[in-house]
Ligand binder design. Structure first.
Ligand SMILES: Nc1ncnc2c1ncn2[C@@H]1O[C@H](COP(=O)(O)OP(=O)(O)OP(=O)(O)O)[C@@H](O)[C@H]1O
Ligand SMILES: [Mg+2]
Length: 134
């Protein structure tokens, strides 16, 4: 796997969620990903970024442009050092929410993208990685 470029953005507020969305879109436009790919990645990115701000107390987003066997991919890794998620299976279940949400962010994001990985440790934080391959 070749990492063509990468960039890390802070994620502490609604404004910074917008900046992360915009950066993701601009990389995908530049690389000529389809509009469907752009929309799905941006939707998933927004959901995960919002979770990091709302539940994780803020964090960061790392964007990576990848190349593997001639295929171009984009990866967005959202990380926070918040309370973490004690029961990942429960958190991934549609309609489970510990807050005021619909409980569709994590499950919905997973369904939208090519690759979805989540790591979380109570007391340490949460990291979610989503990838789209062209
Ligand atoms: N970064 C995080 N840190 C701690 N807990 C999290 C984090 N992300 C998600 N969770 C937990 O997982 C639950 C499910 O998240 P999910 O995004 O699916 O739904 P939601 O945020 O509650 O609602 P929605 O995203 O539909 O508005 C959250 O209610 C919260 O308890
Ligand atoms: Mg959510």
């Amino acid at each position: 796997m070749i990492f063509t470029k990468s960039k890390t953005l802070a994620l502490r507020s609604e404004e910074e969620i917008v900046l992360v969305r915009q950066a993701t879109r601009s990389w995908m436009v530049e690389q000529r990903f389809t509009l469907v790919a752009q929309t799905k990645m941006m939707t998933a990115t927004s959901e995960l970024a919002r979770n990091a701000v709302v539940y994780g107390g803020g964090g960061s987003a790392r964007l990576e442009l990848l190349e593997e066997s001639g295929r171009v991919g984009i990866r967005v890794q959202i990380e926070d050092r918040g309370p973490g998620i004690a029961d990942l299976e429960q958190a991934m279940t549609d309609h489970f929410t510990s807050g005021q949400g619909l409980g569709l962010g994590l499950g919905g994001s997973k369904r939208l993208v090519d690759e979805f990985e989540i790591w979380s440790e109570p007391g340490k934080g949460t990291r979610v990685s989503i990838t789209w391959w062209k």
